[in-house]
Every structure is written in C-alpha cells, then in structure tokens.
Design a protein around this ligand. Structure first.
Ligand SMILES: [Zn+2]
Length: 288
C-alpha cells in the first residue's frame, strides 16, 4: 500500500509524506482499511528489480489494502513438529549459543499422555542433553510457535534458561515467563521475562536503538545502547537496521517503567534476543 492513516489526526500519510518527515510519522501510521500498525519500506533499485517505496502491515485477514506479500524467515517446516514441541519441555542453554542462535533442547520423551506426571516432575534429565534428544531448537522457534499460536505457552511446558556461569536464570512453566509486548502487566515489571511481539518501527537516538511496538512516546520499546546495537548489526548480519521493521521479536530481559509511563525492555546480550524477519516478496506487486 502507498497510503496510511496518521493516527494522531486521522489524516493520510503517503510514502512521500513519510520519507519527508519520518520522525513525525514513525510508529503512528496504520492501515486505512484494517487499522493494523504499518511501517515504511523505502524504495530501491538493484540490477534486477526496481521497487518503489511503500508501506507494509500485518493486515487483518481479508484486508484489501495489502499489496505487499510478506515472507517470513521461518525455517522449520517439518510436518507435525509443532505438536511435538507443544508437549515437550524446553531448555535454553545460553552458553551453547553463538551469534544469533539460542538452542533449545527439548525432550523426546513426549509426556503427552501423562499430563499429571510431567506436571509434577518436569523432566530434569532434559537439562544435560544426555538422555538422547540432541534436538536443538532456537529461541527463534519458540517465537515462531508463539506467532502461529498465541496460546502456545498454555500447554504447561517447562522452560529452563541457564547462563554461562551456570546460574539458572529462568526455571519453571513457560507460561509464567512469556509476556506479550503489547500486554505487559505491572507484575511483569522488574522481573526477568521472555517478552515477544511485533516491532513495528525503529528509531536511533544518539547512537542508541529503540525497537518500538508502536507509538514510541507511549507504547513499549526494547532499548539497546550503541554497543549492543553494533553487536546486533554484526551478529544478525544486518545491512541496515531498518531490516528489522515489522519483525516479530523475542527477548529475554527486564521491563521498567519510565517517568512518563512508557515501558522499556532491556536485555544484556544479543544472544537473548531473536527475530522473525519479514521481507517483501519480489514477485509481489507493490504500489498500486
Ligand atoms: Zn490492512
């Protein structure tokens, strides 16, 4: 789509408007039809394609305004895999991570017929990988499952996250730690949680990076100082930060509330964060 609604006054924001004044519109534009949050994709020319600037959004189903086909970078396509994950305990071993992958080992001891058993005794054998299930899953895949099913964590899976030092950071039921970025409650503040949701826009201020859910003045953001930002660019091989516009994100971190009531999530390392990125399909018709 090439037009969006500026949510402050309901006026139309065109791609030219946006490009002329990104700070005015960033985080404050929505689809004219379905009102979902939108983000700007700038035009570019390569040897193969020429793309005009446009907007994208995760439109509601059936929304006619969608002209950009977004392809996510999910890699797990094994049939039936989700059912398996849904009934397995999850362990994330942060000291086994490199660059942007966080491996989650999951038990192949399915437990799906024995709910009472695995409720009362989470499979501790699952923690050292010695019980024959070298099935590694990334934090990204947890995100992917959450994106496909918001209630994914309601199946009483357990999760353990262990830091390099061996200190247990998170240990318990997944649902007690998973928090949607757009629904952070008071009780989730100042505690280590696994936040996930959409990043609809980003901005850089004094070298620091803000990954914003929406209105950067009021709605939640993930904050990264310039060191962390540079690490992020390196580890995720980003050509530019705007590649993360419209991504889904998952981050292990702490939320705090700023003096003007905005929630800010911070994390210590880029290995605690993962993205499910979207890119416009090259075959899509763009800009009607
Ligand atoms: Zn729409």
């Amino acid at each position: 789509m090439i037009k969006t609604k500026y949510s402050v006054d309901g006026s139309i924001c065109s791609t030219l408007d946006y490009e002329t004044n990104p700070n005015k519109y960033r985080g404050l534009i929505t689809c004219l039809e379905c009102d979902r949050k939108a983000w700007f994709i700038k035009g570019f020319t390569t040897a193969k394609i020429e793309r005009t600037a446009c907007f994208a959004a995760h439109h509601n189903e059936g929304c006619d305004a969608s002209t950009v086909i977004l392809i996510n970078d999910d890699t797990d396509s094994e049939q039936g895999q989700d059912d398996h994950i849904a009934t397995s305990d999850i362990r994330i071993d942060l000291d086994k991570t490199n660059t942007n992958s966080i491996y989650i080992s999951e038990s192949n001891d399915k437990h799906n017929e024995e709910e009472s058993d695995w409720n009362s005794s989470p499979n501790k054998n699952a923690t050292n990988g010695s019980s024959g299930f070298p099935l590694n899953k990334s934090l990204k895949q947890l995100l992917s499952n959450l994106c496909k099913n918001r209630d994914y964590a309601e199946k009483n899976q357990t999760i353990t996250i262990v830091a390099d030092s061996g200190r247990i950071l998170i240990d318990g039921l997944l649902k007690d730690f998973i928090v949607p970025i757009n629904d952070i409650k008071h009780e989730d503040v100042a505690k280590l949680r696994i936040f996930w949701g959409e990043i609809n826009n980003l901005n850089e201020v004094d070298g620091d990076l803000w990954l914003n859910y929406g209105d950067y003045r009021k709605e939640p953001s993930i904050f990264m100082n310039s060191n962390l930002k540079n690490e992020l660019i390196r580890n995720f091989k980003l050509k530019e930060i705007s590649e993360l516009d419209g991504s889904d994100v998952i981050v292990v971190g702490n939320a705090a509330v700023s003096p003007n009531g905005k929630i800010i999530i911070r994390t210590g390392f880029t290995k605690y964060i993962s993205f499910r990125r979207y890119r416009p399909s090259d075959s899509a018709s763009i800009g009607d």
